[in-house]
Design a protein around this ligand. Structure first.
Ligand SMILES: NC(=O)c1ccc[n+]([C@@H]2O[C@H](COP(=O)([O-])OP(=O)(O)OC[C@H]3O[C@@H](n4cnc5c(N)ncnc54)[C@H](OP(=O)(O)O)[C@@H]3O)[C@@H](O)[C@H]2O)c1
Length: 345
């Protein structure tokens, strides 16, 4: 499916505000571009590194070329998901920014949040500033804090405009995750991550964090519907496998850069889909009228591919493991995150 055909199948987002965590690189960058091309005002929320700044510039350029008619724009907002305090304060300052930029000087609106940022392969000798395993802290706990701190503006947007979307980027790797061990999440393993032998554990932590993200989406969806905010549509997705992103590259390297690049080149022979293709599922969930019309929420989605590995669409999938479907586990994760946040007043 060509970009234009794909964009034409979605809603015009002119006047809407979107947030994409980790929106300056990889799948997140393409998500920013597609949402911007649909006319949204997009805030990239990420660390403020050199690559992030380059990503913002390239998103701005591509969106401005496309949106002479729709008026989409791209802004940057600093977010460090690794700490509870920084995730919370980033959400609060983002709300201020949105309000200051709003046409009527009101609180403004936040229609779309895509929780896309992630790290992988972090050693467990390094815990987050709050004392949690770092992959879990960034991928799940930081997003919990960020999204729940934005909930008032998302809720008011949904009430006024009848539609707000929150999409979590998980991974099909959730199927290989283990039952979350909350005690282990706070216990460092000395010297972990210092050799290739630790690769398996580091990979497992990434898979487990993606199961945690899935639980987070499920529990948030339940919480929202209990509170009868029936116009906030929370969904979770697998974007598709793309070997040429920076995922895992920013942590303490477990394999030498030349080996990582060789592995990625080999994978690229088999996986031909692009980061743009992988962005399409989360953009579909953020911008398709079907989600609102059919009141779709709390579902797991994945892309469908042609034989030549080109994106053909986005489809709902049943969760395939008992662990993922276990509602008690969703609640345990929610309670664990709430408890963690309550310790950082
Ligand atoms: N690539 C795949 O094959 C694949 C498959 C399944 C699922 N996914 C999921 O897709 C999403 C995007 O992955 P990707 O492959 O595009 O990875 P990527 O290129 O590494 O992008 C990850 C983004 O997260 C940001 N990030 C990392 N730590 C952060 C922090 N502490 N605070 C705020 N932002 C932070 C990164 O910014 P910095 O670089 O500045 O740190 C980067 O922009 C992830 O959720 C990943 O789990 C990917």
């Amino acid at each position: 499916m060509r970009d234009l055909e794909y964009l034409n199948s979605l809603e015009n987002l002119t006047g809407k505000t979107a947030v994409v965590t980790g929106g300056s690189q990889g799948i997140g960058l393409q998500t920013t571009i597609l949402l911007g091309c649909l006319g949204a005002t997009v805030y990239i929320c990420a660390l403020d590194g050199e690559l992030d700044r380059a990503g913002v510039e390239s998103a701005r350029e591509e969106v401005s070329q496309h949106t002479a008619r729709s008026g989409g724009s791209v802004h940057f907002h600093k977010l460090d998901l690794s700490s509870i305090e920084s995730s919370r304060s980033s959400a609060h300052s983002l709300k201020k920014k949105i309000s200051q930029n709003s046409a009527d000087g009101d609180v403004g609106r936040l229609d779309i949040v895509v929780c896309n940022a992630a790290i992988a392969f972090s050693p467990q000798s390094i815990l987050s500033p709050d004392g949690y395993e770092r992959t879990f802290a960034v991928n799940c706990l930081g997003h919990f804090v960020f999204v729940t701190s934005l909930m008032d503006i998302i809720d008011s947007t949904a009430r006024v405009y009848g539609d707000a979307r929150i999409t979590f980027t998980s991974s099909r790797g959730y199927t290989d995750a283990k039952k979350l061990d909350y005690k282990a999440l706070t216990s460092p393993i000395p010297d972990d991550g210092t050799s290739l032998l630790h690769l398996k554990g580091a990979f497992q932590r990434y898979l487990d964090s993606k199961l945690a993200v899935l639980y987070l989406a499920k529990a948030l969806d339940q919480d929202i519907w209990v509170k009868s905010s029936e116009s906030i549509f929370v969904n979770v997705c697998h974007p598709g496998q793309v070997p040429n992103t920076a995922l895992g590259e920013h942590q303490q390297p477990l394999v030498r850069p030349w080996l990582a690049s060789m592995i990625k080149s080999t994978l690229r022979v088999f996986m031909k889909n692009t980061t743009r293709d992988a962005a399409r599922t989360q953009v579909f969930l953020s911008a398709s009228s079907q989600i609102r019309e059919k009141k779709v929420h709390g579902e797991y989605w994945a892309p469908t591919w042609s034989r030549s590995q080109k994106y053909t669409g986005t489809g709902k999938e049943e969760l395939s493991t008992a662990l993922a479907k276990d509602e008690k586990e969703w609640q345990l994760l929610w309670n664990f995150c709430q408890d963690a946040v309550s310790k950082v007043p």
